[in-house]
Every structure is written in structure tokens, then in C-alpha cells.
Design a protein around this ligand. Structure first.
Ligand code: GDP
Length: 423
């Protein structure tokens, strides 16, 4: 028995290339719409003597959400045999970017829509960029409106060639290219009879083949150290290392290494609030453990299991930041970076790219304004331990504090060498 899964996805592409139509199709063809909704929308169209569009289904659901009729705001769903899909608001929206960068919600896969007749547009390339910046690496490129180009295989192949060339440059490998017609329903939920030359998957088959992220409990063990407490009981003094487990699992007897110090010991006992002297404790829980050695550890270090993936240790890194501050993020200015339980002085060494949420323009700038996403190199006052977003999102996530207020959030994409003059 396998329980049903959820998967959050996003759908991106140039305006009018057919995103809403494809979503409408997915909902209708999987029978995921609320009872009577399809008929109601069709009836409405008839009454107003306009042709029915699948895109209207999405509008109708959004209206309901706006009126508070359906419970889940700004989300829509469709079901397949194995999963419930949640479609997150698309990257043109500030909330989506903010949630993705700060980790409030994550799309695990993306559909990137390109109009077969219009071909690759500037926005198609920006969206590719954005997905790669956000670390979404399960991407299917949907070549839509194939009905408008006579279901021509050559046109489909030309788009693959042109777009793959671009994606390669930014290190993105799409999982698939699928020729569809959202309007007619070709290759969305049902295999098309109009494109016998296409032997690949439908959009729905592709979605079901995307992989869910592994549960955090199966990831490497990470516990940012919140505090170290000393207990003395009948002359026996011991230190308890306390924190909340971000990922993975720790058990009595495990070899533990603390980073960035690199100090090593073994777990002697575990203290927890939810159980009496448990043998192990896992992600999401507060935990305290005693050690077999009396080593000196401070708040801000990360406890890691010796036999698992090592964290990164550096004072310099390439990051993607979503900026919320009233004042722009400025080169060279002093800020405080908080990651896990560590707090550390920092500054921005370089702003490599800035994307504006509304136009997704890609510009070189010396400042990052509120609601912009930027790729920045940070230099910290001291080395810290962290993970890369592609390995372990939870310990790659940080916030930037400006003048006692959280002014931005981000994830670490790449470790860079410490600056020579600081080593
Ligand atoms: P969005 O802005 O990306 O959400 O695009 P929409 O889904 O609203 O579609 C824009 C227009 O393209 C609408 O008039 C749709 O009817 C039309 N459209 C969408 N998909 C197809 C398709 O596969 N074939 C044709 N011929 N028109 C389509």
C-alpha cells in the first residue's frame, strides 16, 4: 500500500502562450473540477455568446477563491492516480518568489510553456533563468498550440534545438519537451492522434514521473546548536547540546562532528521533550544530547553525523536573495546574516544579476530594491557551516538583518573560496 502524495508544481511562460488553458485542461481531463463547474462555465459562455475557453475554468475558480467560496486561496488542484497536484502561483508574482526563496513553499517541478507559433521569446529565456535560480530542476518544456502549426514535427524540433541551446548555457537540463495543444487537448492528459511522430509522454504522464523530494527525516542529520547547558548531578557534571533537528536522524552511539570547528565526539544519551530517554530523535523535533567527550562547543555550530554528507564551511558564497527591505540592499554595506543558529556580520561583495518580479528583467546593478531577486556574492566576517540549496535546502537558507529588521531571505547556491587576505 502506498499512500497518496502531494506535489507542488508551477507553470511559467510568456503571457498568452497558454498556461491557463493547460491548467484548465489538466483539471477538466482529470475530472478534478468541483461538481458541475465545467457545465456552469460553459453555460455562462453560451449566455454571453462567447466561445468556451479552458482558461475560463481557472478564472472561475479564482473568482470563487476571491469570494471565499473555496478554502484554499491562490491554489488549484488536480488529481491523478498517484498524486494530488497543487499549482502554485506563477513566478511573475511577488508572493511566489518570496515563498520560494524563503522556503515558505516550494515548487518541486515546473512546466515551461512555449507557443509553437510564436516560438522562443525573451520571457521564455528569463523564465528558464528564474527556475534555475530557484533551484527547480525538474522542468518539462511544453510546446503548446501545435494545432496552429499543423502539428508539424519540424517546428517542434526547431524549438527544441533553439531552447535547449539556451538552457545548456545556464546549466539547465529539461526533463522533456512535449508537443501539445491545450485547446484541443492533444498530449495534455490524453495521447494525441494528431502527432503520430511523437513517441514521448503526455504532460500528465511526465508529471507523474517527476520525483517527490525525499522526506526530511531521510536527509543527512543537521542540528544547529541552540545552546550548551551544563548539569551537575551528585558530582557528575555533563554538558547537553541542545537544538532543533533540521533534517535527518541522530541515535545514541552516533559519531558526531560539529562544524565549522570540526570537533568530534559520540552521542552518549538523548534527552527529548516528547519521549523519555529515546534511542534516537529525528527532523522537526527539539533535541538535546550528551557526549562521550568533554569538548567545548558554542551556539551557531552545526552538529552533523560523521558518516553522512559533510556541510560546507566558508566565509564566501554565491547566493540568491529575495529583498524585502525598505532600504535597498547595497554593495559594501554592513548587515547581519542569520543562518541556523549562527549570526554573523556580512557584506555584499558583488551583485551579479538582479531580477525584478514584475518584468523579470535581467540587469546588472549596484543595488537590489525591495521585491527584487538577486544573485549576490556574500563575504562574511568569519567562516560558517551551511549546505548548498541543491543538497539540503533547510540548512542553506538564511535571512539578512538590516538595522534589527529582517530585510531579505535567501539560499546558498555555491561555496566560494575564502578571501586570501582573511585566511
Ligand atoms: P496564458 O496567458 O499563458 O495563461 O494563456 P491562456 O491560456 O489564457 O491562452 C491565451 C490564448 O491562447 C487563449 O485565447 C487560448 O484560447 C489560446 N490558446 C491556448 N492554448 C491554445 C492551443 O493549444 N491552441 C490554440 N489554437 N490556441 C490556444
Amino acid at each position: 500500500f502506498k499512500s497518496r502524495e502531494d506535489m507542488a508544481i508551477t507553470i511559467v511562460g510568456h503571457v498568452d502562450h497558454g498556461k491557463s488553458t493547460i491548467i484548465g485542461r489538466l483539471m477538466a481531463d482529470t475530472n478534478s473540477l468541483p461538481e458541475g463547474k465545467l457545465e456552469q462555465v460553459k453555460e455562462n459562455c453560451k449566455r454571453n455568446s462567447k466561445p468556451f475557453e479552458y482558461a475560463f475554468l481557472l478564472d472561475a475558480l479564482k473568482d470563487e477563491q476571491a469570494q471565499g467560496i473555496t478554502i484554499d486561496a491562490a491554489r488549484c488542484f488536480f488529481k491523478t492516480d498517484i498524486r494530488d497536484y497543487i499549482i502554485l502561483d506563477s513566478p511573475g508574482h511577488i508572493e511566489f518568489l518570496k515563498n520560494m526563496v524563503t522556503g515558505a513553499s516550494r515548487a518541486e517541478a515546473a512546466l515551461l510553456v512555449i507557443d509553437a507559433k510564436e516560438g522562443v521569446q525573451e520571457n521564455s529565456t528569463r523564465h528558464g533563468y528564474l527556475l534555475s535560480m530557484l533551484g527547480i530542476n525538474q522542468i518539462s518544456v511544453i510546446v503548446n498550440k501545435m494545432d496552429l502549426v499543423n502539428y508539424d514535427e519540424k517546428i517542434f524540433n526547431n524549438i527544441i534545438e533553439e531552447y535547449s541551446g539556451f538552457l545548456e548555457k545556464i546549466d539547465v537540463k529539461p526533463t522533456s519537451f512535449i508537443p501539445v495543444s491545450g485547446l484541443k487537448g492533444d498530449n495534455v492528459a490524453n495521447k494525441s492522434e494528431n502527432m503520430p511522430w511523437y513517441k514521448g509522454k503526455t504532460v500528465l504522464q511526465q508529471l507523474d514521473e517527476f520525483e517527490n523530494a525525499k522526506p526530511l527525516t531521510e536527509a543527512p542529520f543537521r542540528m544547529p546548536v541552540q545552546g550548551v547547558y551544563k548539569f551537575t548531578n551528585k558530582g557528575d557534571s555533563r554538558r547537553i547540546i541542545a537544538g532543533t533537528i533540521e533534517s535527518g536522524k541522530v541515535s545514541v552511539g552516533d559519531e558526531i562532528v560539529f562544524y565549522p570547528s570540526g570537533k568530534q565526539t559520540k552521542v552518549k544519551s538523548i534527552e527529548a521533550f516528547n519521549a523519555d530517554k529515546p534511542k534516537s530523535q529525528s527532523a522537526g523535533y527539539a533535541c538535546g544530547f550528551t557526549m562521550t567527550d568533554q569538548i567545548y562547543i558554542t551556539r551557531g555550530e552545526i552538529a552533523v553525523r560523521f558518516d553522512e554528507l559533510k556541510p560546507q564551511v566558508s566565509s564566501r558564497m554565491r547566493t540568491n536573495i529575495f529583498w524585502l527591505g525598505k532600504e535597498p540592499l547595497t554593495l559594501g554595506k554592513r548587515y547581519l546574516l542569520k543562518i541556523g543558529t549562527a549570526k554573523i556580520g556580512m557584506q555584499v561583495e558583488k551583485i551579479e544579476r538582479v531580477m525584478n518580479a514584475s518584468n523579470l528583467n535581467n540587469e546588472e546593478k549596484t543595488e537590489v530594491e525591495r521585491n527584487e531577486v538577486a544573485e549576490c556574492i556574500l563575504t562574511l566576517d568569519k567562516v560558517i557551516a551551511f549546505d548548498l540549496a541543491k543538497n539540503l535546502a533547510s540548512t542553506s537558507r538564511f535571512v539578512i538583518v538590516d538595522n534589527y529588521e529582517i530585510a531579505g531571505g535567501g539560499i546558498i547556491g555555491e561555496t566560494l573560496e575564502d578571501r586570501q587576505e582573511w585566511v
